[in-house]
Design a protein around this ligand. Sequence first.
Ligand code: UDP
Ligand code: MG
Length: 323
Amino acid sequence: MGALLYVVVPCYNEEACIDHCAGRLLEKLDELAGKGLCSPKSRLLFVNDGSSDATRERLAALRQQDGRVCFLSLSTNCGHQNALLAGMLYAKDYADCVITIDADLQQDVNAMDEFLRCYAEGVDIVFGVRRARDTDGFLKRVTAQAFYGLMHAMGANVIRNHADYRLLSKRVLLALDQYTEVNLFLRGLIRSFGFVSREVPFDVSERYAGQSKYSPAKMMRLAMDGITSFSVKPLRIISITGFICVFFCLCFIIYDLVVFLQGETITGWTSMMISMWLIGGMLMISLGCVGEYVGKIYMEAKRRPRYLIAEVQHEGPQKTKDA
Ligand code: UDP
Ligand code: MG
């Protein structure tokens, strides 16, 4: 018999997608169980991330129809990363492995066969890597490229074109449970674990229905979290820029003295203004950057829970303990 699989699906206001998503994933579970790649007792675990539409009602109705559909409701909108974490950490007590996928099924579910084959061969982490980006709009494509470029430049360790479509074994889930940081960037964090991992390519399609739930502001936050939770490079860049500024200032002082000694007076308004704005701007950016890290320390120091579960609709197999 194959592994007991939990497919974790975060959903935020996905009433338009949820029926299609559950139908397609249940079909897939049957197919995978038929091939012996997963156990027939495998489950779908939806995480309702504080949706304000009928997502919860849709999930409850789906659960009535098929007991393999389970769901957690978070008390409020905690964000995609935390919703994923809530689902994975809940599933770790029951599942042999977990696959995370988005509710809009943009990721090709057929890649799961290969994910589970890798798992059967002893791979602990399987990263789904998207083949092409032609289904994305221009803006999404450009911002995604900029995102990965920036992440690499800033020293955050991420796989290009891997979103949160991946398989994790129980061992990895137990490891994940030991990381208590509030600033969560799963793509980078899981990569840093260092278990046996493999990349599996998949095709991306259009969102099934509804709008993207990642607003530009949420994307910016994710990028900032990615960089600041993995690297102190931005702080180093600030120091280096500071040194360069001081060096130029010294050159200027020498130049000024020479001009002064030659008896030429300079009006100097333009250079004054430029340097004032430039240095002012750089100081603001630097302060902001340091502030980002201080803010993170503040959040981590409070050790607040990353999400609160308001409701659990699941009766699973016996809790398992072994890795
Ligand atoms: N999502 C979530 N909480 C949020 C934002 C998004 O749980 O605050 C879920 C959303 O329902 C979807 C997944 O995260 O299942 C990915 O979001 P989306 O498809 O909107 O992002 P995109 O594919 O546009 O990057
Ligand atoms: Mg999507």
